[in-house]
Design a protein around this ligand. Structure first.
Ligand SMILES: NC(=O)c1ccc[n+]([C@@H]2O[C@H](COP(=O)([O-])OP(=O)(O)OC[C@H]3O[C@@H](n4cnc5c(N)ncnc54)[C@H](OP(=O)(O)O)[C@@H]3O)[C@@H](O)[C@H]2O)c1
Length: 401
């Protein structure tokens, strides 16, 4: 069904008819969403009440849109399936979102009604089309980062793709109707957003976002930001250079599948090795791994090769077994021993912009788990699957309507 949303823009009101294409695609294809703009009379809106949060400086807020005297701009996102039965509606005061009131297992989450976030001047409001899950969502929900977390209740989720429906007064990079994607929390452990992406709407600073590559579906784009930037920044910090021989520990995960492709396509490593279990060896070779070490059969301490740079996404302290004495070892989870160092992602839309061309040209691919997309109602089941630790690539929630 075509989703249709209405947004306030500056003092005016915009009506945006849009569809988030939730269908899973195996190959790159152009986005199904096309936008067109036309003027229409403004619709009548009510007020909205927001919660007191750390993000809005502890202010509770009330928004009243007096629309009686304004004209709006209609931005219609037409799709293959878009039809005359598309129904225009206002940006609601409240929205459906996954939310938890207390830390715990995945069952603490439920779908609830929460306020649509108010925008800071540097933020855009996104109608979320797809969102990806990350292990950090589970760790955060389990209370691991309580000391630095935002206030409860929390709407989880870092990654999303969607359509801009409203822009803050200082936003210059995006306009209503733009298809965007990003990791909406600059720091994933230190003050992540209280209102995350497992929701119909989310707010994010424009510096955290990039335009969605046209070659990617919303689901594919949503799968990328946190894992892609972690992989990209980790390789950079570890000093990867063209011609290096590198190894990825945990090549089949969300980060690993992208780390392999980045090493090969972006950093031009001369050889990329990765570890995985038996059933995933061929999949990793199809992503560009030259050598795949089946960790269920081969002990790394007996592996004859040593690498210039090792990227450890597994966290069992095994990087030191395969890195050269003067090599680089980036560790994103678990214990760290010299020469290793711990790295934690910082979300930057500029990283996504730099990497967009690799997805546009098809030299890199978004990797969605073969299990398929999970609909918005199945977020608990999707987390159950992610938390097995066996997912291949990314677990994505789509459609979100
Ligand atoms: N520091 C940061 O900024 C940062 C950012 C992102 C993620 N992380 C952390 O990094 C870790 C990985 O994240 P992710 O998103 O890639 O996780 P993920 O997608 O859940 O990883 C799942 C994959 O791990 C593989 N795996 C499990 N045990 C393995 C082993 N012993 N050797 C090789 N592969 C193994 C599995 O493949 P098999 O089925 O073949 O075993 C599976 O495909 C998580 O702990 C996450 O929290 C940290």
């Amino acid at each position: 069904m075509a989703g249709v949303v209405t947004a306030g823009v500056g003092g005016n009101v915009a009506v945006l008819a849009g569809q988030c294409d939730g269908r899973q695609r195996r190959r790159r294809s152009s986005s199904s969403c096309k936008a067109s703009m036309s003027l229409v009379p403004a619709t009548k809106f009510g007020g909205a009440v927001g919660l007191r949060t750390k993000e809005n400086g502890g202010r509770a807020w009330r928004r009243e849109l007096n629309s009686s005297a304004v004209l709006g701009v209609r931005a219609e996102i037409r799709t293959e399936e878009a039809s005359a039965d598309s129904v225009a509606m206002a940006i609601p005061q409240t929205q459906q979102a996954w939310v938890y009131q207390a830390y715990g297992e995945k069952e603490v989450m439920s779908i609830g009604e929460v306020a649509v976030p108010e925008l800071n001047p540097d933020q855009v409001l996104i109608k979320v089309c797809a969102a990806a899950l990350n292990p950090v969502d589970s760790k955060r929900r389990g209370g691991k980062f309580q000391a630095t977390d935002s206030d409860l209740p929390i709407v989880p989720g870092y990654d999303c793709s969607g359509i801009v429906v409203k822009v803050g007064s200082e936003v210059s990079k995006f306009k209503v109707g733009d298809e965007v994607y990003g990791d909406t929390s600059e720091f994933c452990l230190n003050g992540p957003k209280q209102y995350g992406t497992l929701a119909q709407y989310t707010a994010a600073e424009e510096k955290l976002l990039a335009k969605k590559p046209q070659s990617l579906t919303f689901a594919e784009a949503a799968s990328l930001p946190l894992a892609l930037q972690t992989a990209y920044q980790g390789w950079q910090k570890a000093g990867i250079k063209e011609g290096h021989k590198v190894m990825v520990l945990g090549g089949a995960g969300g980060v690993g599948t992208l780390a392999i492709q980045l090493a090969k396509q972006v950093f031009k490593a001369s050889s990329v090795a990765a570890t995985a279990s038996t059933g995933k060896v061929d999949l990793l070779k199809s992503l560009g791994a030259d050598v795949v070490v089946d960790y269920t059969k081969q002990k790394l301490e007996e592996w004859p090769e040593k690498y210039d740079v090792v990227y450890d996404t597994v966290g069992k302290g095994e990087g030191t077994k395969v890195v050269k004495p003067d090599g680089g070892l980036v560790v994103i989870t678990g214990p760290v021993e010299p020469p290793g160092f711990r790295y934690v992602i910082v979300s930057k839309g500029s990283d996504l912009e730099e990497l967009n061309p690799y997805f546009e040209t098809g030299s890199m691919q978004a990797v969605l788990d073969p299990q398929g997309l999970f609909p918005f109602t199945k977020v608990v089941e999707a987390f159950g699957y992610l938390e097995t630790g066996r997912a291949f690539g990314k677990v994505v929630i789509s459609p979100i309507e």
